[in-house]
Design a protein around this ligand. Structure first.
Ligand code: ADP
Ligand code: ZN
Length: 670
């Protein structure tokens, strides 16, 4: 007998011989120790076969080739259940990556490295409060009974902010047969904080929390709990889609439109789409929840491909917040970040003893550290990106590669000494708000203030306990939170979202502003939202102001149709990275010629309706010292796109000195 063994490396499975004495112990999903190159490696049994038959992996295992034997079996029961093995394979194929890389993303690395797991210390609020009995609204009940009426299928739960979607997720899980399990995906760790409390109230210790920020020991503990059926529900970000449950009944994707479900490096998978595939593979139901669905999801719902459930009202018929668009070209201001209008509103809100939430989607102090004599700004030496000044560390940081420079008092170009900070980030806004509103209980929440474990959770708790008057942060403050005393929400620089060079920028902006506005007025006192912008006539604001998602959809879908963008077409991006600018040009030439010779359509709609754009320089030309070019494939059919990409890759297989990344269904073209 022989077995295909998958290792957590960027490769497909390798075939090994099963020694007779191990035959009874080897089954799909167990870990084994096997010789690999000159060392030994831990891998997972993917499948078992008879010698010489049906094996995969680079010509190994064929008649006449001597297979190396597996050395030891490490598990009695499979570490990875069979359904998850299938999903891992699906991910490898769909994203034109490998099953090995998918395995690496799916299973905690410590299971392969044998690194000793330290003690698990997961601490949340000790006391779990009693669940307050809620009577569902009419809309909630009817959505829930639709979900409960079936055990398969895809639902879009479209509910305005504060309409009680989470309550529906909880009840739908409770309504599952007792042995069924559930996965709940949320887009940000920051949101899990409140979610986990609400779930713990309802499910006690049978719910776990799972994300990549946990320590090695914690991940292993959680994995084992799920695997051994000790817990029934997992809440997590992205990688929780690979939860090792084998009797799943339901998957919930909260805020399904979020870009953070997509991984931007290595295996570029989207956890929402992976979850949809998992639901289909396992024949179960899946609920996509959102106040502002992705164009794709809403389009599918309109066309009857997925089932549409709607919550049009906030709980208790509370009004949605009024939205003020503040025209920054006209407003007076005494600080860089805040208009007087917003400042006055903040002061008034504080005077009424209510809380405020402010989003400024850029961390650091200022995005331009500029010489006023010659206009010189600092670029990252490794990336084609302007550096962001961080005042706390007095450094100029690159948000792409993490490197930094120490600013000089003299301009390196003209030796001028008049340096100016232009633009604003969370640190500057904090400084200004603190000085304009002394005595304020203020907190900043961005990547820089939440490096420590559970720091999100602590900030959220302080907010709940009303120990914070004003919480300011990047987009992590905008989403999901339910603070009844927040009656004011604000966006400081809406233009950051509006000006992204991406066909989805209007959609993203609408979603983000609606989310942020939706944090206000969730309790008894109605809320108000303020959005500061230099482009108040942008069409997005018409729909944000009116909370009119559907109106926005109707406008946006026409634009997408005209240009065959998703949901009317699919996309696939091939990214090439080179060590030098010159070699990039030369090698790109070779690549272009090969593609031309292969009779694939170039820069035009050709065979099978596939359009190949490029190769052209990527909008961010250089990241981490690599020069980047890309090809974008557009077409109706995802499979045809992958086939075309495969042909291109085959044609350039022997081209050297280029790193190639594939992004299937890209959501960022930078
Ligand atoms: P969404 O996820 O749609 O923004 P939530 O699920 O956070 O909304 O619900 C908003 C608030 O309303 C929460 O505090 C929740 O506990 C409460 N809530 C939900 N359903 C009901 C109900 N049927 N009756 C009373 N309060 C409810
Ligand atoms: Zn950089």
């Amino acid at each position: 007998m022989q077995a295909d063994i998958l290792f957590p490396i960027n490769a497909e499975a390798f075939t090994y011989l099963i020694p007779e004495d191990l035959e009874s112990k080897i089954k799909p999903g167990v870990r084994v120790l096997a010789p690999f190159k000159r060392a030994k490696k831990v891998g997972i049994v993917q499948r078992i076969g008879v010698r010489g038959q049906g094996s995969r992996g680079k010509g190994q295992g064929l008649e006449g080739i001597i297979l190396k034997p597996i050395e030891a079996v490490l598990d009695e029961e499979p570490l990875v259940p069979e359904n998850l093995l299938k999903l891992i394979q699906w991910v490898g194929q769909y994203y034109m990556s490998t099953s090995g890389l998918a395995l690496k993303n799916a299973v905690p690395s410590a299971f392969f490295t044998g690194k000793k797991a330290g003690k698990s210390r997961i601490v949340y609020d000790e006391e779990v409060k009693e669940a307050k009995p809620l009577e569902l609204t009419v809309e909630q009940s009817s959505a829930l009974s639709e979900i409960n009426s079936t055990d398969k299928g895809v639902f879009l739960l479209h509910g305005v902010t504060g309409s009680g979607k989470t309550e529906i997720y909880i009840r739908a899980i409770k309504a599952l047969p007792p042995d069924k399990e559930a996965i709940v995906l949320v887009p940000e760790i920051a949101i899990t904080a409140q979610m986990i409390d609400r779930f713990r109230v309802n499910f006690g210790d049978s719910v776990v929390f799972y994300h990549s920020g946990l320590s090695i020991g914690e991940r292993i503990t959680q994995w084992r709990k799920m695997r051994e059926g000790e817990v029934k529900v997992v809440i997590g970000v992205r990688s929780a889609v690979f939860a090792p449950f084998n009797d799943l009944g339901l998957i919930v994707i909260d805020e399904e439109q979020e870009a953070s479900y997509k991984q931007f490096e290595g295996l570029r998978y989207n956890a929402r789409d992976t979850a949809l595939a998992r639901a289909q593979l396992e024949g179960i139901k899946i609920v996509l929840g959102s106040a502002t669905p992705s164009m794709e999801a809403y389009y599918n719902a309109k066309n009857g491909k997925i089932r549409y459930l709607e919550l049009t009202q906030r709980i208790e018929h509370r009004p949605l917040p009024g939205v003020d668009i503040i025209d920054m070209t006209k407003e007076e201001k005494q600080s860089f970040s805040l208009s007087n209008k917003l400042l006055d509103a903040l002061k008034e809100n504080l005077g009424n003893d209510h809380q405020s939430l402010i989003m400024l989607n850029r961390r650091g102090y200022s995005p331009f550290f500029m010489c006023t004599d010659c206009g010189h700004t600092y670029k990252c030496p490794a990336c084609s990106i302007t550096l962001i000044y961080h005042k706390d560390t007095n450094t100029l940081n690159c948000h792409y590669c993490g490197s930094y420079l120490n600013p000089q008092s003299m301009c390196p170009t003209c030796k001028g000494t008049r340096i100016k900070h232009l633009g604003t980030g969370t640190q500057r806004a904090e400084e200004e708000i603190r000085s304009l509103m002394p005595g304020l209980a203020f907190k900043r929440m961005d990547k820089d203030t939440t490096q420590k474990k559970l720091s999100h959770y602590r900030i959220i708790k302080q907010m709940e306990e009303k120990k914070i008057d004003v919480l300011l942060g990047t987009q992590m403050v905008a989403k999901g939170h339910d603070f009844p005393d927040v009656t004011l929400s604000a966006v400081i620089s809406a233009d950051i979202a509006l000006n992204m060079p991406d066909f989805r920028s209007a959609e993203r902006a609408l979603q983000l502003f609606t989310q942020l506005a939706g944090r206000a007025g969730r309790g008894e006192v109605p809320g108000r939202a303020y959005i500061q912008t230099y482009e108040p006539e942008h069409y997005v604001f018409d729909y944000v102001r009116g909370h009119d998602y559907k109106g926005f959809y109707e406008k946006e879908i026409e634009l997408r149709k005209e240009l065959s963008y998703p949901p009317f077409g699919r996309m696939l991006r091939i990214i090439f990275s080179f060590k030098t600018k010159d070699s990039a040009r030369q090698i790109v030439n070779v690549i272009s010629n090969r593609i031309k010779k292969s009779n694939l359509p170039l820069s035009q709609t050709g065979k099978g309706g596939i359009e190949i754009l490029g190769p052209s320089p990527a909008p961010i030309e250089k990241i981490k010292n690599l020069w980047r070019w890309h090809i974008i494939l557009k077409g109706k059919n995802a499979k045809a796109l992958r086939q075309t990409a495969a042909v291109i890759l085959e044609k350039i297989r022997d081209v050297k000195e280029v790193k190639i990344d594939i992004d299937v269904d890209p959501i960022n073209m930078l």
